[in-house]
Ligand binder design. Structure first.
Ligand code: ADP
Length: 402
C-alpha cells in the first residue's frame, strides 16, 4: 500500500485535494474527522479528558464542550500537552486501523494538518503540501468557513511555516487559483506518480532509470540535497527498530554540489554486519519503506586493484518511486567499500579540480556511450586512479569517516 500524506496550512485547500484524490480512487483517512470520532460519547478518550479537565469541559448531554476545552488548553502549554498525550495515541491507533483496512495495492491518503509539525511525514512514502498565500487563506476561511479574521490569522500563525512544510514535502500543489485550476495538477500527480508508485510497491518492482544515458545524466539539480535529506530521514525512521543500522548517508555524485550526475539519489546505509541486512525483518522494513532488494548486485569493484573483495561486498536496493529515483547501497560499517563511498564524496566536495576532472571524464564518456549501463561501466577505470588520489588527500588532511 502506498502511504501519501497530504498537508497544508489551514485554509490552503488540503481537504479539497484529498476529496479529488478520493474521487480518483484513493482511500482517504481524515485526521480531523478521526480526532472528532475519538471523543464521541462512550469513547474511553472522552472519559480520560473528563477525568483530567473536569466537568466544565462537558456539556449537559454528555458530549465534549470543544469551546470550553479550547479555552482551558490553548493558553496553557502544559494543559495542551496533557490533552495531546490523551488524544494522540488514540488518534494514531484509529488512523492505523483505518489505513490497514485498505487493500494492498491501494493509495492510502492521510489528510493531516500537522503532518510536518508532528514529524509524521517520515512514515509516508510521499508527502504532498497544498499551498496558498496567507491572505488568500484568510479570505477563504472568513468567507467560506465563517471564521473571524483574527481567529483565522491566529490559527495560521500557530502552524508550521510554508518553508518548514516545503522542506518535508516531496510535492507542492499550488492552490492560489480557482478550485478548477487544482484538478489538473492533482490528476497529473495521481496518474504520473501515485498510481505507478503504488503498482511498483504492490508488485515489488523498483523504478528504473532511463536507459538512454543522455536522458539519465543531467546537469546538477537544485533539489538533489533536499530530496536526499527526505530519503535519509525516512530510511533511518523505517530501519530504526531493526537495530542494525549505524548511519544513513547521502553519497555519490548527487551529494557533490555542482557535479553533473545520473538523476538518481544514492544513499549508503551502514550496518553493523552485512549478514544482518539479509534478515527477514530488515528486508520487510526496507520493502515497507518502498525499497526492493536487487539480487545479483552484491559487490563493488575492489580498490586498489587486487584488493580483497571481501571488503567490497554490499547489498543493493532500488526505490519504487518513479518521481524520485533512489539507489541504496547497504555496506558494513568500517568496510573498505563503506569508507570509500564517504571519502569519495568528501574529497570531491573539497577538491574543485578533482570535481572538474571527474565532470570532464563524465562528459567525455557520455559522448561515447548511448546507454546508461555502458556509460556506468565505462566510468569504472577512472575510479582506480581516483581511489589513490582520494586516499592521498585523506592522509594529507587527516580525513576520517564521520
Ligand atoms: P484545508 O483543508 O486546507 O483547511 P479546505 O480544502 O477546506 O482547506 O479549503 C478551505 C476553504 O477554501 C474551503 O471552504 C474550500 O471550499 C475553499 N477553497 C479551496 N480551494 C479553493 C480555491 N482554489 N478557490 C477558492 N476557494 C477554495
Amino acid at each position: 500500500m502506498l502511504r501519501v500524506g497530504v498537508t497544508g496550512g489551514i485554509g490552503s485547500g488540503k481537504s479539497t485535494v484529498s476529496r479529488r484524490l478520493a474521487e480518483l480512487g484513493a482511500h482517504v483517512v481524515d485526521a480531523d474527522l478521526v480526532a472528532r470520532e475519538v471523543v464521541e460519547p462512550g469513547e474511553p478518550t472522552l472519559q480520560r479528558i473528563r477525568e483530567r479537565f473536569g466537568d466544565e469541559v462537558m456539556r449537559a448531554d454528555g458530549t465534549l464542550d470543544r469551546a470550553a476545552l479550547a479555552a482551558v488548553v490553548f493558553p496553557d502549554p502544559e494543559a495542551l500537552g496533557a490533552l495531546d498525550a490523551i488524544t494522540g495515541p488514540a488518534i494514531a491507533q484509529r488512523v492505523a486501523q483505518q489505513r490497514a483496512a485498505a487493500p494492498d495495492d491501494a493509495v492510502s491518503v492521510y489528510d493531516m494538518p500537522l503532518l510536518v509539525e508532528r514529524g509524521l511525514w517520515v512514515h509516508e512514502h510521499l508527502a504532498v503540501v497544498v499551498e496558498a498565500d496567507v491572505e488568500t487563506r484568510v479570505r477563504r476561511l472568513v468567507e467560506q468557513r465563517g471564521l473571524g479574521e483574527d481567529d483565522a490569522r491566529h490559527r495560521i500563525a500557530a502552524q508550521a511555516t510554508d518553508a518548514q512544510r516545503r522542506a518535508a514535502c516531496d510535492v507542492v500543489l499550488d492552490n492560489s487559483g480557482t478550485p478548477e485550476d487544482l484538478v489538473g495538477p492533482v490528476d497529473a500527480l495521481w496518474h504520473s506518480r501515485l498510481l505507478p508508485y503504488a503498482v511498483n510497491l504492490a508488485s515489488g518492482s523498483r523504478a528504473r532509470r532511463p536507459e538512454r544515458a543522455s536522458e539519465c545524466v543531467v546537469e546538477p539539480r537544485a533539489d538533489w540535497e533536499a530530496r536526499a535529506e527526505r530519503v535519509v530521514a525516512r530510511m533511518a525512521a523505517a530501519l530504526a527498530t531493526t537495530g542494525v543500522v549505524t548511519e544513513v548517508s547521502h553519497i555519490g555524485s548527487t551529494s557533490v554540489p555542482g557535479l553533473l550526475a545520473k538523476d538518481v539519489i544514492d544513499v549508503q546505509v551502514g550496518v553493523r554486519q552485512l549478514a544482518e541486512a539479509d534478515r527477514e525483518d530488515v528486508r520487510a522494513a526496507f520493502l515497507d519503506a518502498g525499497y526492493v532488494f536487487s539480487h545479483g548486485n552484491h559487490s563493488d569493484t575492489p580498490h586498489p586493484q587486487g584488493a580483497d573483495a571481501a571488503g567490497w561486498t554490499k547489498r543493493f536496493l532500488g526505490g519504487c518511486d518513479p518521481g524520485n529515483q533512489v539507489h541504496v547501497h547497504v555496506r558494513e560499517h568500517g568496510s573498505a567499500g563503506w569508507r570509500f563511498a564517504l571519502l569519495f564524496r568528501d574529497w570531491l566536495r573539497h577538491e574543485p579540480a578533482e570535481r572538474e576532472s571527474y565532470a570532464a571524464e563524465k562528459r567525455r564518456l557520455l559522448a561515447l556511450h548511448e546507454t546508461t549501463s555502458d556509460y556506468v561501466e565505462a566510468k569504472e577505470p577512472w575510479f582506480e586512479g581516483a581511489w589513490h588520489r582520494a586516499n592521498a588527500w585523506a592522509e594529507r588532511t587527516g580525513w576520517q569517516p564521520r
